[in-house]
Design a protein around this ligand. Structure first.
Ligand code: NDP
Length: 245
């Protein structure tokens, strides 16, 4: 494989799909990971091929250790070692702390945080062999500020920040950078479930008074993924219209 390989988790739709398309435009061979959104992942791959990019899909539940390990081994065997990993897969299971089931807590931690640990562990083995790598973790403004009704989600996203900084320290002498992006309120399926009233309240609290779009996050990922960003590691970049400043 002449091109560098980038794996984006949860890339069948939303922010992940925008990241996959942006990295393909940047010249990466992109692996579009999905869990259930197969049709939409195939559409993203077709779009990438239409503009002359290269991509393929890989179905895998990234919170499952066996599936995750197999995915990384398969990729290495078929295409080569990956250079860029974007840990984007995520879910919400909102609810008040006093009413939250431990199952709702665990499923969010497993999907959002454990998956980032598993994928980063497997990717780092390949990146160390390549003597090069970029790991980019999608956190959230909720991981920085906390958010009402999201103790599970905020904990998972704050955990991502800790994981980013510790991994950055471990891997920085190997030419591997690890950074996080903390999106604010972005227009995707994850936020479309919220009522118009909640959306207006959130919008009113954003200094820029507007909701972000998926390309805003993809642009930040593109920056961290670039070879030129070699002296930046362990950082958390908020892309949130000023929400967390
Ligand atoms: P979406 O709900 O649109 O997409 C989430 C993606 O995660 C889907 O592609 C889904 O895949 C994937 N996913 C979920 N669980 C798994 C799993 N176990 N294995 C593999 N893939 C999985 O959400 P967004 O695009 O909005 O969110 C993307 C990331 O950005 C998340 O980490 C989210 O927390 C974060 N974020 C989003 C914000 C927003 O305002 N939208 C704000 C801050 C952070 P599939 O459909 O195939 O199951």
């Amino acid at each position: 494989m002449e091109k560098q390989i980038a794996l984006v988790t949860g890339a069948g739709k939303g922010i992940g799909a925008a990241i996959a398309q942006r990295l393909a435009k940047d010249g990466f061979f992109v692996i579009v990971n999905y869990r259930s959104s197969e049709d939409s992942a195939n559409e993203i791959i077709s779009k990438i091929k239409e503009f002359g990019g290269e991509a393929c899909g890989y179905k895998c539940d990234v919170s499952n250790e066996d599936e995750c390990v197999s995915m990384f081994n398969d990729i290495a065997e078929k295409y080569g070692n990956i250079s860029v990993l974007v840990n984007n897969a995520g879910i919400t299971r909102d609810g008040l702390l006093m009413k939250m089931s431990s199952e709702a807590f665990d499923s969010v931690i497993n999907t959002n945080l454990r998956s980032a640990f598993l994928c980063s562990r497997e990717a780092s083995k390949q990146m160390i062999k390549e003597k090069y790598g970029r790991i980019i973790n999608i956190s959230s403004v909720s991981g920085i500020m906390g958010n009402f009704g999201q103790t599970n989600y905020s904990a998972s996203k704050a955990g991502i920040i800790g994981l980013t900084k510790a991994a950055a320290r471990e891997l920085c002498t190997r030419n591997i950078t690890v950074n996080a992006i903390a999106p604010g309120f972005i227009d995707t399926d994850m936020t479309s479930v919220l009522s118009d009233k909640i959306k207006e309240t959130v919008k009113a609290g954003i200094p820029m008074k507007s909701i972000g779009d998926t390309d805003d996050i993809a642009a930040a990922v593109s920056f961290f993924a670039a070879k030129e960003s070699k002296y930046i590691t362990g950082q958390v970049l908020a892309v949130d219209g000023g929400m967390s400043m």
